[in-house]
Every structure is written in C-alpha cells, then in structure tokens.
Design a protein around this ligand. Sequence first.
Ligand code: GLU
Length: 469
Amino acid sequence: MTVRVRFAPSPTGMFHVGGARSALQNWIFAKQQGGVFVLRIEDTDAARNKPEWTEGILSALDWIGIERGSYEGPHFQSSYADEHRAAARRLHDSGRAYYCDCTREAVQARTGNQYTGYDGYCRDRGLPPGEGRALRFRTPDEGSTVVVDLIRGEPTFENKLIEDFVIARGDGSPVFLLANVVDDMTMGITHVIRAEEHLPNTPKQQLLWDALGVKPPIWAHVPVVVNEKRQKLSKRRDKVALEAYRDEGYLADAMRNYLMLLGWAPSGDREIVPWSVIEDEFRLDEVNPSPAFFDEKKLRAFNGEYIRALPVEEFVAACQPWLTGTGTIAPPPWQPTEFDPAVFAAVAPLAQTRIAVLSEIVPNVDFLFVASPLIDEAAWAKAMKEGSAELLDATIAAFEAVTSWDADTLKATLEAVGAERGLKLGKAQAPVRVAVTGRTVGLPLFESLEVLGSERTLARLRAARVRLF
Ligand code: GLU
C-alpha cells in the first residue's frame, strides 16, 4: 500500500507557522515512506475563497522547500461537493444519519439552560429531508472509538459521550467534519498528520469512516504550538504568519530547521543540522505530544547562525530583496541610482557577522548610500555631550591631515584626538559615529569611514559640527 498523506489548509490570508510545521512533517513522512504528499485547499467557506490566498499558500510552501510540481494537487475541497452530498445521502439511506428540525433553543429548553449537546430527540422521528432540517449522525450508544495515533498512542473515546453531531446543515451543505473525511477517502489518504486542535474531531470522523465502510487512516496529532505564556499561538496576539518571518529576512533553511524542532530533536544534542539530516532522522512517532514552545528569540539566534554560515556571495545575494525592495518588502531609504554594489560587497562581510535577520542590513549600510545620514534623534542626543563640538573640530582637523585614508590610520588618529581630551576611544567614537552614520550602533566605525571615503566623511562631520553651534 502506498502511503498517501495530505496537508489541508483552509485559506485564511496568511500561512500559520504551525501549519508550516505540519506541512513539513507530512512532507518528510511521505518522503521516508516512498509515499505521496497531497495538497488540498479546504475552501468550502465561500467567504474564504480568494484565489490570492491560495497563491499565498503555494508560495509559502515553495519558500520552505515544498515546491510546486513536486506534490499532488492542489485539489480544492469545493470541487468535491457532489461527493460530500452523496456521502451524506448514503449515511441517511443506510440509517446512520437522520434529519432533525430542533432549534438550539428547543434543545436547551428540554435539557436545561446550558446547551451541552444534542439530546437525540429526532433520532426515531423518521423526518424526511426538508428546508431547515439538519442531518445528524447517529452515534453508537455503546462501545468506544479507539483512535490509532502515532504520537498519542490509542486515545479512546466512549461513544455514548459523543453527541449525534450534525453532518449537513439545514440548507443541505455538508459540514467540515464530513467534507474532510470524504475528501481523505476520495484521495486515498492513509495517514492524517495534523494539528492537535483537531483531536476532538477525530472520534467523530473515525465513526464516519466506519459508517461509510472504509478503513480509517492512521492518525498523528502533532502538538499545539504555544507562546512564552503557554498560550496557543494566535494571529491576533502573536507573530504567526510565515510570510512575516520571510519578509523580515529569516532564511528558509533556518526557519524549516527551527520548525522541525517543535516537539522533536535530531540525535546527539544538536539543533542546527542540515536538512538532509532532518529528512533522514525525523521520526513521527518520536514527536513529543506536549505543547511546543515557539521561541522567537531562539529562532532569531538560529537565523543569525544560519546567516553567518553563508558563503559571503550567498549572503550578498540573499540581501538583495531588502537592498532593492521587491514584492512585499519595503523599499530602502536610498534611490536605486545611489546604490553601489561594489561598496556593498566591501562591507558585506562586516554586516554578515552582526545581523540576525536580513532586513537589518538596511539600517547597517544605509549611511553609505543616502546623500546625508538619517539621524536617529535619540542616538544624537545620547552621543552629543558637552565637549562634542570641540572633539569634532579636532577630529575634522586631524582627519583632514591624514596622508592615508584607511581604517588603521583613522583609528590611530581618533585615538590620539581622544587621548588629548582624556577620552577613551569608545567615548571619542560615539559623536563621530552619529555624525557619519546617524546611529550609535552599526558596523565597525573605521572600516565604515574607509569605505565612505574622506570627502563624504568630512562633509558629514562638518555638518554635525554646524548643528552643534
Ligand atoms: N482545514 C483544516 C485546518 O486548516 C485542516 C483539517 C485537517 O488537517 O484535517 O485546520
């Protein structure tokens, strides 16, 4: 039997990092088993049916390495409406489902104030289909449903505690629970690897598989992803969109490595490992069922390590979207004509060791490409102290006199200027750095001045000096 797994996102306008994690786990499992990965877009909610959202899913998958053309699909749930309705009809015709015209209020009135589930009122009324009548599944009164789950063992659910749940609404449209099962059946899915949030649906879905006479899949409910307060990651509260991480300059390799560590680890106490090792070592049945902490700080540190490990030419290439502003990435503060690739190449190795996400390249190098530095006023206020004007005067005079404009000479020169005033180099550097780059932190100062050149450096020092009058 060929293993067939699927990733079945509902289009929501963004790609949740938890979804990306499930997609990767499905992807690797299929690969390890010589199986097939199917992409199904669960687009039956008409309000959620925008083509650009599907495109967003495809491009996010592409980005993390699940490339178009290398999997089956995308299939669209909305194209299987006939199959969904046929299954609902079969369940009704075989007596496994019945029509019900109870309103929630009526059930509530019969069972007490709280709605705790359906009370089975219409089970044996034999109502024919009709406008406003929901179709309910007749759950068995006895026995239990055992879910075979590669991660969670065999969670067991007592059937008598499962209410007669709705499988098609009053307007005849099948609900998610049924559509999802019918699609898995139609697509020959053998293993359902999905988020833990769906576990409460699973016994109901398994009952549907049984009632439709098909052997249910093997399940694997991967752990919920939580924030530092152990709350489920939510798009209102947390940064969950894969696209947001991509646009900030996380590397796809770092991201997918990190995502695979949510609930699992490679052998030998390692965390940063080549993708081939993960593909080789990952075992679905070793995934820890407890909630997995999505640690943004750790991801950031991870990304920094991945950035530092790039050959410098690859780093330069990876920075391009932020240097030019493409697609959803904002344009940089300089004009395209002001940008000089050779100048960028000269400072790239200095930047590579200092940034954790690629978007940080822009504030580190913008001073080289803009006509005058973008002064951060808070940094200016912090760096410009009493005596800064005199220090700048002396620095300008000393820099004008240097015979060789290189980092070592400039450093020795400023060191001497500072020493005359009883200032350590760090203190003497601060006003010079703000005057030239606009910031208090950034690339090593003297290398920056060397690349910027004497003319522009001196012009900026003079402009800052004027401002201090
Ligand atoms: N469409 C569902 C979701 O986005 C997935 C259902 C499943 O994986 O079975 O949560």
